[in-house]
Design a protein around this ligand. Structure first.
Ligand code: 7PJ
Length: 277
């Protein structure tokens, strides 16, 4: 299975690494790290050198309790960053946003894909994505970032997330998006308890049933802190273990902070999987 991005074709038969590039002053694990152009460029070069498949640029933190960011400010954060990456590389870029205006500006600046934690539910987002014609990632979230961790509740988290995907895929297809351009992401930590998150990770392969490639973001998340007792800056080993669990169940794209380490871990997984999926 190949994914057609504007700047490259990505082979999804082996797991690919999406590197997180947060240009926000308040992200939970690396907020404020890359706000100067030099620090930003260094981080980009580090990811490129490690062999990142996609760089995910985000200008609005969606961590629990995070404040929303205005349109002008989000544009000001992400557009120069995308332009900077484009000046030095043709690496595929995804834009982590829920705002249709940011989607359009980001694609115009050189991004190749839309990553929306709100699954294109904002007014105008479906239309923008359909017109732009690029691949999209639909992530599941219960509630909204400000309040989503207050009391997450499901009778069956996997079935309910699958039901959400069925509805969003139908909405996307009705709006003119091609199904082969849709990634699904169960949304670890987005309106889920630690138990919900591990139920989803344990049975991740069930999410393949809709025929779309899976994108998984677990890197450094609090579910890992809950079982290791480690603060966010000490969750690399936990993150790698989680990535391996996801990759063994066929997750196609892994969204991570630690690109080089994750690529090593995935190479080891791949060495044990000689036949193709
Ligand atoms: C995710 C995301 C995720 C997708 C964030 C963080 C919080 N996009 N954006 N999946 N998480 N697709 O980086 O931990 O899990 S922001």
């Amino acid at each position: 299975m190949d994914l057609n991005l504007r700047h490259k074709i990505l082979n999804l038969d082996c797991p690919q690494v999406m590197g997180i590039l947060n240009v926000t002053p308040d992200s939970f694990s690396d907020g404020g790290c890359f706000v100067t152009p030099d620090a930003l460029q260094l981080q980009i070069e580090k990811m490129l050198q490690a062999g990142v498949a996609i760089i995910d640029v985000g200008g609005e933190s969606t961590r629990p309790g995070a404040q929303q960011v205005g349109l002008a400010e989000e544009l000001e954060r992400v557009v120069p960053c995308i332009e900077l990456i484009r000046r030095i590389s043709d690496v595929p870029i995804s834009i982590d946003t829920s705002k249709p205006e940011v989607m359009r500006a980001a694609i115009a600046a050189g991004a190749d894909m839309i990553n929306d934690v709100n699954a294109l539910r904002a007014e105008g987002a479906l239309k923008a994505a359909a017109e732009l014609g690029v691949p999209v990632c639909l992530m599941h979230m219960q509630g909204e970032p400000k309040t989503m961790q207050q009391q997450p509740e499901y009778t069956d988290v996997i079935q309910q997330v699958l039901g959400f995907f069925v509805e969003r895929i139908a909405a996307c297809e009705a709006a003119g998006l091609a199904r082969e351009n849709i990634f699904l992401d169960p949304g670890f930590g987005f309106g889920k308890t630690v138990e919900h998150n591990f139920q989803m990770l344990k049975k991740l392969e069930l999410f393949h049933s809709l025929g779309c490639p899976l994108l998984v973001g677990i890197s450094r998340k609090s579910m890992l802190g809950a079982v290791t007792g480690k603060p966010v800056e000490q969750r690399l080993a936990g993150s790698l273990a989680a990535v391996v669990v996801a990759a063994l169940q066929g997750a196609q794209v892994l969204r991570v902070h630690d690109v080089a380490e994750t690529i090593d871990a995935l190479r080891v997984v791949q060495a044990t999987q000689m036949e193709e999926r």
